[in-house]
Structure formats: C-alpha cells, structure tokens
Design a protein around this ligand. Structure first.
Ligand SMILES: [Zn+2]
Length: 241
C-alpha cells in the first residue's frame, strides 16, 4: 500500500464519482496497492478491505478524523473527533477462509463476504440482496447429514453472527455520547462513504486552487498538482495578496 499523490487521488475521484461504494473502494485500493491486482482486491473480505482503506485513509489525510452528527434525542449538533486507530479492531490475523457452524442438526460451512459477493447481489432489493449474499457465502449446508435445500431463518441469523465475529473489521460501531443531554448510542462507521466524502470535498477544493493558480501564473494542471501542499498554499496566498 502506498500513499496516493494529489494527481493519483484526483484520477481515482474522477473514475469513481459516478460509481457505487463497492467500486469506489476497489478504485482506491487498486490505485494504492503495490502487490495486489483488482481480482485479488475484490476477493478480500469486507473486513480486510476496510482495514486496508483505514490504512490508506491514514496515509492520505493523516491519523485524525472529524465528523458531525445530530443527537437523536435532543437534536444537538455534535462535532466528533476520533483517530483511525480507534476504528481498528484488535484481532489476531486474517479472518478464516471458512467457518463451520453447527446447530439444531444443521451443519454449515460458510465464508465471510467479499466485494465480489456484494457487487453480485446489488441488483436485488435490500431484503433480497441480504438473503442472496448469505446464500452466496454458504459453501455447504446439511441437515441431519443430508444436503439442506432450505435453511430456517434462525439458523441463517446465527450463522450470520458467526460470520460477523470472524470478520469483525467489517462492522465497526462508534460509541457516541451527547454533551447536552448525555444520551449515548452507537453508530455504524462506514469507512468507504466517510473516506469518499472527504475525497469529494478535497477534490473540489484542490481543483479550485488549480484554477486560481493557473489563472494567475499560467501554470498547467500537472505542474500545479506536483507542488507540495505547503508550496501550493504559499503561492495561493501570494496570488490572493
Ligand atoms: Zn442530546
């Protein structure tokens, strides 16, 4: 994984802006990955993908993150600050390729979902896609030793829980407390939408800076993007003085 230059990140933003989050995540990782092909990246589990995105986010914009939330209880606006390290799940190595789940005479071999699995189920509605995703991740299922065509809802829910435990980075909850009313709650943290929103704002600001510098100095885009952020800021301030 390498840090992305301003020009690289702009190219990723341009390619990904009309795509969905599954593809945006792959665009980001493909641009930064030194050893893994796109085929490798789409087969990462969602937890592995999100761990790699956290690393890339830290290399790109630094270790600190900011967000704004509304308290569901008193509607106060909360400004949150947290570190990338707060979002990393402490775990011991990679998620297992397969998990064995046994209960109520059922035996399932299942695997954590990947980007390829999610992409394949996106066309279906929200309820159906969750069902399709689960079935895609069932490697084998038996009931009393015979192949099971149908699985009871309770078995699917328990097996899904086991998948979540096996790939914990895929489900990161941020614990939030409201300073006004002391209400506490958890919010799901989605690194893909968080990082992509940051990239959207960054790209709009950067292109504005390129426009300002090109207008004043007549430099081309490539030269302006190759300036370090410190130099770019210096010239911008000089141009505005
Ligand atoms: Zn509140």
């Amino acid at each position: 994984m390498r840090a992305l230059s301003a020009a690289d990140l702009l190219s990723v933003w341009e390619r990904g802006r009309d795509q969905g989050p599954v593809q945006q995540a792959i665009e980001l990782l493909a641009a930064a990955s030194l050893t893994q092909s796109r085929e490798d990246l789409v087969r990462l589990t969602i937890g592995q993908r999100d761990a790699a995105l956290l690393t890339l986010r830290e290399a790109t914009f630094g270790p600190q993150m900011w967000s704004v939330l509304e308290c569901p209880c008193c509607s106060s606006r909360l400004e949150l600050s947290f570190a990338v390290s707060d979002l990393r799940v402490k775990h011991t190595g990679s998620p297992p390729e397969e998990i064995v789940y046994e209960g109520a005479d059922y035996a399932l071999r299942i695997r954590p979902p990947s980007s390829a699995d999610i992409a394949a189920t996106l066309e279906a509605g929200p309820e159906q896609s969750a069902n399709m995703l689960f079935h895609r991740c069932v490697v084998s299922a038996t009931h009393c030793g015979e192949p099971a065509a149908e699985l009871p809802k309770g078995i699917m829910e328990e097996a899904s829980k086991r998948i979540g435990e096996a790939d914990p980075q895929a489900d990161v909850q941020l614990r939030v407390a409201c300073a006004c009313c002391q209400h506490e709650w958890s919010v799901l943290f989605d690194i893909v939408s968080f990082f992509w929103n940051e990239i959207e704002s960054w790209a709009a600001r950067l292109l504005g800076e390129v426009h300002a510098l090109a207008s004043v100095y007549g430099w081309n885009e490539r030269d302006i993007l190759s300036l370090s952020p410190v130099r770019r800021q210096f010239y911008l301030e000089a141009a505005r003085a």
